[in-house]
Design a protein around this ligand. Structure first.
Ligand code: GLN
Length: 527
């Protein structure tokens, strides 16, 4: 088993996750099996309670673990399906250590960061690596070298370096190469961050320089000299139009060759699928505009998987997708709204703020036959909009923010018995049955699908018959029919809502059928 560790320097937000995912792709393209692990040094056990304003989207894995959005990049680039064990946090490590201590497993020793916490980290990494049967285990250490939270993890990496053979261990450091006012590529921040890394006993084997442009030969020579890495191990990570180009750029810089050489792996011819996908993407001539009516629209990262899934849909529908971001609160209090876009998407969300604006957007889509996709919260609000404006129940609402009226969206009776905020979230992959002769069936082309969930509220079973009687179609369900998973409004050309999040399973080479259908319909609507 080979291990590649990826650290970051200078500052966060350099796209270390994408760098890591792209390295994974390079190896996968050569036919190697890769298992990625993301280390998030924060103390939270998982990302479930984190605010998307701060961290971007909460990504949901098949087993229901809520994780950092980088895991989404791994799944999309590397083509693996991950679970909670592929995400290590300080919270998880300490929880294990404290549990062991309470059980007396440390036999009276003083429990310390070194060796007990570092042992826990190492054994976690090794356990996941071994179980996976992969050729290469790729471990990204979140944060920046020097952060206090990251120290135990870097120490664990240092120890592993000594436990592994030279050709089984590689450290890649991602840094920033800023341009000064005269356009010169500056290497000093990189030198400093490598110095910091060295003071922890770690010497990088390769340096990836994030820069607006490709690194010049003299920049590479300078970094090579000051940071003590071979010049061919200094790799540019320049700005690209689309993140899917990063693996190809790395290959142009022969990073793949350096990695296999350093790890004493054989160089194999690479598969062209990814390259062809990028080519298709770049060759797209048509363009559609999708309006995303959301709440976190000024933090684009909070909808990253949706934007990616739209892009995937576009590759297959034959068009680029441009997003028109609409802040839902701004639609509130207006008599009538008009939304610019060939299609309208209302994504997931929580809480009252902005909900009425989203309902207005849905009404606009339904009344004007604009292709509509509602996801999770967007699906729930579509049911509310229908109940209010088609059935005529003005007081229709969700139990999430109303306590009376027609609560067409609510907790199920058994959920109400449990604590309202703790542990009642329905998470992860669940089997959904698709009803024949519906739009959903035409899109999926089969009866059973598996999609990822992250929600608490449900369509209230008490009102399902009323909704159907007035023309809403339930085209997907779960739990033996008790839970509504997909609704559609067949009077329109394309109006669909899903309780689950199809975006989490969409891949550039195997897009979500819901997104392909939605983008196609939007393209047709554009005319
Ligand atoms: N707030 C809604 C619920 O808890 C929807 C959640 C979501 O959109 N992810 O059911």
């Amino acid at each position: 088993m080979k291990f590649i560790f990826v650290t970051g320097g200078v500052m966060s937000g350099l796209g270390k996750g994408i760098t890591c995912a792209s390295i994974g792709r390079l190896l996968v393209d050569m036919g190697y099996k890769v298992v990625p692990i993301k280390i998030d040094p924060y103390i939270n056990i998982d990302a479930g309670t984190m605010n998307p304003f701060q961290h971007g989207e909460v990504y949901v894995l098949k087993d229901g673990t809520e994780v950092d959005l980088d895991l989404g990049h791994y799944e999309r680039f590397i083509g693996v399906e991950l679970t909670g064990e592929h995400n290590i946090t300080t919270g998880k490590i300490y929880r294990n250590v404290i549990e062991k201590e309470r059980k007396g497993e440390y036999l009276g020793q003083t429990v310390q960061i070194i060796p007990h916490v570092t042992d826990e980290i190492k054994s976690w990494i090794r356990r996941v690596a071994e179980k996976s049967n992969a050729d290469v285990c790729l471990v990204e250490i979140g944060g920046t070298v020097g952060d206090i939270e990251g120290m135990p993890f870097l120490e664990a990496v240092r120890q592993m370096k000594n436990e592994l053979r030279h050709e089984d261990f590689m450290l890649i450091h991602v840094t920033l190469i800023p341009l000064d006012r005269g356009g010169e590529q500056k290497t000093k921040p990189t030198q400093h961050s490598v110095k910091e890394l060295r003071s922890l006993g770690l010497q990088p084997d390769a340096i990836v320089g994030r820069c607006a442009e490709r690194l010049k030969p003299e920049t590479k020579r300078k970094i090579s000299l000051f940071c003590d890495v071979p010049v061919e191990a200094v790799v540019s990570n320049e700005d690209v139009e689309d993140i899917y180009e990063v693996p190809l750029k790395f290959r142009e810089e022969r990073f793949d060759e350096y990695i296999v050489e350093r790890l004493k792996l054989e160089k194999r011819p690479y598969k062209r699928d990814w390259e062809e996908m990028v080519k298709r993407l770049k060759d797209l001539k048509e363009e559609v505009t999708i309006a995303i009516v959301g709440k976190y629209t000024h933090v684009r990262d909070s909808y990253i998987s949706i934007v990616e899934a739209l892009k995937h849909g576009g590759i297959y529908a034959g068009c680029r997708v441009k997003v028109n971001w609409i802040e839902s609160e701004e639609l509130e209090g207006k008599e009538s709204v008009e939304i610019e876009g060939d299609g309208i998407l209302v994504p997931g969300g929580f809480g009252k703020r902005g909900a009425e604006g989203k309902i207005k957007a849905i009404e606009f889509a339904r009344e004007n036959n604009v292709p509509f996709l509602g996801i999770c919260f967007g699906f729930q609000l579509a049911v509310i909009e229908f109940a209010r404006n088609v059935i005529g129940w003005e007081d229709a609402n969700s139990g999430e923010f109303a306590s009376e009226g027609h609560l067409v969206i609510d907790l199920l009776p058994e959920q109400k018995e449990v604590d309202r905020l703790g542990g009642t979230m329905r998470l992860g992959e669940i089997e959904v049955t698709i009803v024949k002769d519906t739009l959903a069936y035409r899109l999926y082309g089969r009866e059973k699908v598996y999609e990822r969930h992250r929600h608490r509220y449900e369509v209230n079973p008490m009102y399902v018959e009323d909704l159907k009687r007035h023309g809403l179609v339930v085209s997907g369900y779960s739990d033996g029919g008790r839970r509504v998973e997909i609704i559609e409004y067949p009077k329109n050309d394309f109006f669909i809502g899903t309780q689950f999040h199809p975006e989490f399973k969409s891949r550039p080479y195997s897009p979500s059928p819901i997104f392909v259908g939605f983008v196609k319909a939007s393209l047709e609507n554009r005319g």
